[in-house]
Design a protein around this ligand. Structure first.
Ligand code: DNO
Length: 353
């Protein structure tokens, strides 16, 4: 399960440990600004806290990429150097999985953080018409009230304060340039990834299309294959996030998993419910609650020999929990149990064939 650290998360390591079948956490140094070096001491501290709870660190989500690397500005080399040192320190601490994203300005985007469902639970939701009405600089203010007092990843107030300038920096960046800047970054970090066997797992853009006119590239099978082939190294891999790729209904999720065989290093498995092509909301993990066939997604992972961590992803807010939207304990724990159940059934069924 994902854990943001004791300073930020409403969920404790003790609670996570009590979710049957969960043995590790995916964590990060949450208050580390993008572009800064992670010291070995800070990593050790995070690791010993997790280990003391009886869990282990399964990977980092995220080591954020500085905007100058994404825009390819002159100072990018300095930030790439820092990134390499961070990877080196993680490698020395025996951490071998890093999730990151290459989304300009905004990380994930939603129009609502607490849409009420019939049963009184709340979920994150996306409505294109609502997004079209929002001025990007006001995005943060429009959702801040629903954050339950938490700091959400990608929506840090300091970053939001600079949104206008950031948009300026992307004025001349189109998809081709963004691909080029990603290639430059990946080429530079592959040697350290090879040395310490660190698997880089790019997170898809969420939703998987351009928002606010910014370019977005990690959105479909074609682009992901292009990204993998442009730096053809097993350490250049993917976080398969069903809820992000699944926003685009043209993406055939099990088929994508099969064609990324060997290069998916991390999986976020969750479900969405579509009300129309331009309106979706997050759902409980089980297939019957949403639009995806969760069995087929898990089966494709199993069949392709996936051996990395799988985590339940955004959950509904249920049972009056107050937590970071999407990251409460209860529904993610239910999700973890459900995914474990599917996996056990697939595994046993495979043996009898
Ligand atoms: C949202 C997450 C993303 C993800 C980053 C990875 O809940 O899925 O914020 O962690 O894009 O860098």
């Amino acid at each position: 399960m994902r854990w943001y650290g004791s300073k930020f998360d409403t969920v404790t390591l003790k609670q996570i440990r009590q979710v049957a079948g969960v043995t590790g956490v995916i964590t990060t140094l949450y208050d580390m600004p993008a572009g800064e070096k992670w010291t070995r001491e800070a990593i050790q501290q995070m690791k010993s806290e997790v280990n003391a709870s009886g869990l282990h660190i399964s990977g980092i989500e995220s080591v954020n990429v500085h905007e100058d690397i994404k825009t390819g500005s002159r100072s990018r080399d300095k930030y790439i150097e820092n990134y390499i040192e961070t990877l080196e320190n993680l490698g020395k601490e025996d951490i071998h999985l890093v999730c990151y994203n290459f989304m300009p300005v905004f990380d994930w985007t939603r129009s609502e953080l607490a849409r009420m469902r019939d049963d009184g639970s709340t979920v994150l939701a996306y409505n294109q018409a609502d997004i079209d009405k929002i001025v990007p600089e006001e995005m943060f203010a429009s959702i801040a009230d629903d954050m339950n007092g938490t700091v959400m990843p990608g929506w840090e107030p300091e970053r939001m304060a600079k949104v206008k300038e950031l948009f300026e920096e992307y004025k001349d960046i189109d998809e081709e340039k963004l691909f080029g800047n990603l290639k430059y970054f990946l080429k530079a970090i592959m040697p350290v990834c090879n040395k310490y066997d660190i698997k880089m797992a790019i997170h898809p853009d969420d939703p998987a299309w351009s928002v606010f006119g910014l370019p977005r590239i990690i959105i479909n099978k074609k682009n992901i294959l292009r990204m993998m082939n442009m730096v053809n190294d097993v350490h250049n891999g993917v976080t398969f996030c069903s809820g992000s790729y699944g926003t685009n209904r043209e993406n055939d999720l099990p088929d994508m998993i099969r064609s990324l065989k060997g290069r998916i290093h991390f999986a976020h498995v969750r479900n969405l419910r579509f009300n129309s092509d331009s309106d979706f909301e997050e759902a409980a993990h089980l297939s019957s609650d949403g639009s995806f066939d969760m069995y087929e997604i898990m089966k494709a992972l199993y069949d392709t020999g996936f051996s990395g961590p799988i985590r339940p992803d955004h959950g509904r807010m249920i049972w009056d929990e107050s937590a970071m939207p999407g990251y409460g304990l209860y529904d993610r724990a239910l999700g973890a149990s459900y995914l474990n159940g599917l996996w056990e059934a697939i595994k046993k069924n495979n043996k009898t064939i």
